[in-house]
Design a protein around this ligand. Structure first.
Ligand SMILES: NC(=O)c1ccc[n+]([C@@H]2O[C@H](COP(=O)([O-])OP(=O)(O)OC[C@H]3O[C@@H](n4cnc5c(N)ncnc54)[C@H](O)[C@@H]3O)[C@@H](O)[C@H]2O)c1
Length: 367
């Protein structure tokens, strides 16, 4: 491989902007050589924002994958397109970054993992929480025994609703807020506990008419899951679209000898009172007047910069990403989200099928 990883960015809107910021900060090892979006004006706007020159523009991802001069395809398109684009990229012999969730169904996510294995290429799963500097500091505190043994963790991603029209339908999104936002706390907890969950029980608002606010949305707009792990730790994982005032990415960790509160969104060093309003404060804030905590380097603090550099380094070394950031981790997170939906739908507690099949056959549900 060349000294720099050549990147084909597919999708040029919200998440592509998050990734572009990462590429712009690792030009020593990566260069974006092509960008694809069915709306070419978005490609041009994105490139303009980051001062990108000498890149190819595509409006069709199949053509882009077939023709672009690149080593990796970075998929920032809606969830229902991840599988098709990833499989095509692996056939071309590229590595792949997939945004979360890995896909809309477990079957498609498994196809992506299989296609990577068959091609001998890497599938990187973009779970940015694992690169948030505050999160890594918190994990270091746990590792040094600073709060004793963690007993209970509460983790949530919540805001007022997705900006993207595809997030409104089950077919294009794969669910509501739990698959779209809750996949972060789910993926984070699974990475922390190396997948060793034992049982879970969940509730959701149910979708459409039964939703709290977003009646036009097919998926749920409120969800919560209690989950237990083999080491006795338990967690409450939450996602909702009924939270006003900006996105909440919050984790509370209670240990035998202390506790920690991590706030990825509102922990800015700036408090500002503005009567005219600011151009931007934090992600998904509806208004910017009055008191706010304007984010300082939001993309860095949410983990996107570290995530992109890590994937580029792995790509250069042809090695897997860290735990929580591999294709198989994205697949596991999606499996758990689907079990959360099953628990909520059927009103049952779910026991980890891997543990159950070890103990007593194949059924994994308990009333
Ligand atoms: N990690 C995070 O925090 C985070 C944040 C936001 C979104 N995401 C994920 O990123 C992915 C994209 O979401 P988004 O918010 O960027 O959506 P978006 O709607 O802002 O952007 C998607 C882009 O894909 C383009 N597109 C759609 N169909 C296409 C096609 N057939 N060919 C080429 N381009 C096509 C659209 O024109 C659009 O510009 C989703 O999987 C989402 O879950 C992750």
């Amino acid at each position: 491989m060349n000294k720099k990883v050549r990147v084909l960015l597919i999708g040029a809107a919200f998440s592509a902007d998050l990734h572009m910021d990462g590429y712009a900060r690792c030009t020593d090892i990566a260069e974006v050589t092509a960008i694809c979006d069915k709306d070419v004006s978005r490609v041009e706007a994105l490139a303009e924002r980051y001062g990108l020159r000498n890149y190819k523009v595509y409006d069709n991802y199949e053509k882009a994958i077939a023709e672009a001069d690149c080593d990796i395809a970075d998929i920032c398109m809606p969830n229902f397109l991840h599988c098709d684009a990833a499989v095509a990229a692996f056939k071309k012999g590229l590595h792949v970054i997939s945004e979360k969730p890995l896909s809309t169904t477990v079957e498609e996510a498994a196809r992506m993992v299989e296609a990577a294995e068959k091609a001998g290429k890497k599938l990187f799963y973009a779970e940015d929480w694992l690169f948030a500097p505050a999160m890594n500091k918190a994990l270091a505190v746990i590792k040094e025994g600073g709060i004793g043994k963690p007993l209970y963790i509460r983790a949530r991603e919540c805001h007022c609703g997705s900006h993207s029209p595809f997030a409104q339908t089950l077919k294009y999104c794969g669910g509501g807020c739990m698959v779209h936002l809750g996949i972060h706390p789910v993926g984070f907890m699974l990475a922390l506990k190396e997948g060793s969950w034992t049982e879970l029980v969940a509730m959701t608002s149910g979708g459409a008419e039964t939703n709290l606010v977003h009646k036009q949305m097919e998926g749920e707009d409120w969800s919560a899951c209690m989950i237990k792990f083999e080491d006795g730790t338990s967690a409450l994982l939450e996602a909702n679209y009924v939270t006003t005032g900006g996105m909440e990415d919050v984790i509370d960790i209670y240990g035998t000898e202390g506790c920690m509160h991590i706030d990825l969104t509102f922990s800015s060093a700036i408090s500002c009172y503005s009567m005219p309003g600011l151009s931007y404060t934090v992600e998904k804030a509806e208004i910017t007047t009055g008191w706010s905590k304007p984010a300082v380097d939001e993309k860095f603090n949410l983990g996107y910069v570290g995530e992109i550099r890590h994937f580029m380094e792995c790509c250069l070394k042809n090695q897997d990403a860290k735990t929580g950031l591999r294709g198989i981790d994205g697949l596991e997170a999606l499996k758990v989200v689907n079990l959360i939906y099953k628990s909520a739908r059927e009103g049952i507690k779910i026991v980890n099928p891997k543990l159950i099949s070890k103990q007593r056959g194949s059924s994994y549900c308990e009333k």
